[in-house]
Design a protein around this ligand. Structure first.
Ligand SMILES: O=P(O)(O)OC[C@@H](O)[C@@H](O)c1c[nH]c2ccccc12
Length: 267
């Protein structure tokens, strides 16, 4: 069974939200993740909170702090994957920085992620030199290693990166850290075209996507859109304002999914 491949065969305009495991606590995090998938998201990126999230902007950093304050550990994140899997058959991608993964042990991590029903992994800060080792440990347990390519990655580096890719390729739309942007750089279309020159795998775009218009635009040329900070901010805002974060993420998902449907993706 290849849930990621099946998802892309069912649609070329995937909506892939990202949320932080254990944010704001375990029970509500499970409820939020399940609500997002039930509201129409095609896949879910589950972020394993880390104390030193270098690639994250303030919104996701704050969510990691909320979760870590609850005592969330890597084993709880794996349990969350298992609990979401019990409620949804859609693809689940673990998102972790390389340090917690190495400290836990790559073999142990991927074995337990697979047993929990996970499908893929994204490790944004794994150096290309170590990526092979992590990718093969993942592969050994049937977990698909999803690499990131950036606007600064030249053709040679893109070609090398996508060789190790499984599942899909994550095209980062802009430099800098994660965070909502008013405009998503049009440059990312060239990056998607470059990826398509070197692999038949689907190409998804992330970083900065915050509005339905962005999703409509990107879904014209990419196979999926990843949305993180816009979700995580809505969770934080709802908590601060005493509203139910589940309602906030449910309606946002419905809006973004509708926008993806409206795009005139040729495939
Ligand atoms: O938050 P944004 O701007 O919507 O970007 C997606 C991002 O949240 C998610 O894919 C992610 C969270 N942390 C990361 C660190 C590096 C790359 C990607 C990520």
């Amino acid at each position: 069974m290849d849930r990621i491949r099946d998802a892309f065969q069912a649609s070329h305009k995937l909506l892939v939200p990202f949320v932080v495991a254990g944010d704001p606590d375990y029970a509500r995090s499970l409820h939020i993740a399940t609500a997002i998938l039930d509201a129409g998201a095609d896949m879910l990126e589950i972020g394993f909170p880390y104390s030193d999230p270098l690639a994250d902007g303030p919104v996701i950093q704050a969510a990691a702090v909320r979760s870590l304050k609850q005592g969330t550990r890597l084993v709880d994140c794996l349990r969350l994957v298992r609990d979401v899997r019990a409620r949804s058959s859609k693809p689940l991608v673990a998102f972790t920085y390389v340090n917690p993964l190495i400290q836990y042990g790559a073999e142990r991590f991927f074995s337990e992620l697979a047993a929990a029903g996970g499908d893929g992994v994204i490790v944004p800060d794994v150096p290309l030199e170590e990526a092979g080792e992590v990718a093969s440990a993942a592969e050994a347990h049937g977990i698909q290693f999803i690499p990131l390519v950036a606007p600064t990655s030249g053709e040679e580096r893109v070609r090398a990166i996508v060789q190790a890719a499984r599942g899909f390729v994550y095209c980062v739309s802009s430099l800098g850290v994660t965070g909502e942007r008013q405009q998503v750089s049009r440059q990312v279309r060239e990056l998607v075209d470059l990826v398509r020159k070197h692999t038949d795998l689907p190409a998804c775009v992330g970083f900065g996507v915050s509005q339905p218009e962005h999703v409509r635009e990107i879904s014209e040329f990419a196979d999926g859109v990843i949305v993180g900070s816009a979700y995580v901010r809505r969770i934080g805002d709802a908590l601060r304002e005493g509203r139910d974060p589940v309602d906030a993420v449910r309606s946002f998902t419905e809006q973004l999914k509708q926008a993806a449907r409206e795009s005139t993706h040729p495939r």
